[in-house]
Design a protein around this ligand. Structure first.
Ligand SMILES: [Zn+2]
Length: 230
């Protein structure tokens, strides 16, 4: 996993922002030089690594209390999140109701297909069906439930949740966490900040974008301070 230099970050931001959201996680990983991952959970674990490498050790954001609507600040350490994950169970053939399912973990392509299914229920069905590649008759309800449990246990990072408590009304709830969303939000914010810095320094000194982006951050900050002081 690499820390992106400013010019590379802006180039990647331009590419990724054009993509529909289901395609962004894989594109972000490519931007950070990570190899394609074989499951959604491994992809999300790699996205968390990229976040920590580039934007620091904690995920910070806001969540809304389902009890009273108060916005609650959340701060989760990537290291704690990773350490708290249960070990992945192996992917083994599943015997359910007299049928043996040979299945695999869902990957990025399966998520994209599920997102195009039209509704969350239909998407879940598409996802699970794709995980049993050798086909046969469609999965019945019992098989779907059993397979969903196996998929979750074998790929714990695919479904990251953490527990929040509302300081206003003491409601406790589990909030899902999407590493790609956190990474993309910080990535886009960093890109916009860089563009602002280029704009300010180019106006003040007439330097070209390439040279401004090549300055070390500390030196760019010092020039910005001088410009702002007038
Ligand atoms: Zn509340």
């Amino acid at each position: 996993m690499v820390a992106l230099a400013p010019a590379a970050l802006l180039a990647a931001w331009e590419q990724v922002r054009e993509l529909p959201p289901p395609h962004r996680p894989a594109a972000l990983l490519r931007a950070f030089g990570a190899p394609p991952q074989t499951s959604v959970g491994r992809r999300d674990a790699a996205l968390l690594d990229a976040f920590a490498e580039n934007f620091g050790p904690s995920l910070e954001g806001l969540a809304r209390c389902p009890g009273c609507g108060t916005e609650v600040e959340l701060s989760v350490s990537v290291a704690e999140l990773t350490a708290g994950m249960p070990p992945a169970r192996p992917v083994e053939p599943l015997d359910v109701g007299g049928r043996t399912l040979h299945w695999r973990l869902p990957d990025d392509g399966d998520l994209v297909a599920a997102a195009q299914a039209g509704s969350p229920e239909r998407g879940a069905l598409v996802l699970l069906s794709r995980c049993v590649p050798d086909g046969g008759r469609p999965l019945d309800a019992q098989e779907r439930v059993a397979l969903a449990e196996c998929v979750e246990a074998a790929d714990p990072f695919a479904d990251i949740t953490f527990t929040l408590t509302c300081p206003g009304c003491a409601t406790v709830w589990d909030s899902p966490l999407d590493p790609a969303e956190f990474l993309w939000a910080r990535f886009a914010a960093r890109a916009r900040r860089l563009l602002g810095e280029v704009d300010e320094l180019a106006r003040a000194y007439g330097w070209p974008e390439r040279e401004i982006l090549a300055l070390p951050q500390a030196r760019r900050d010092s020039y910005l301070e001088l410009v702002r002081r007038g």
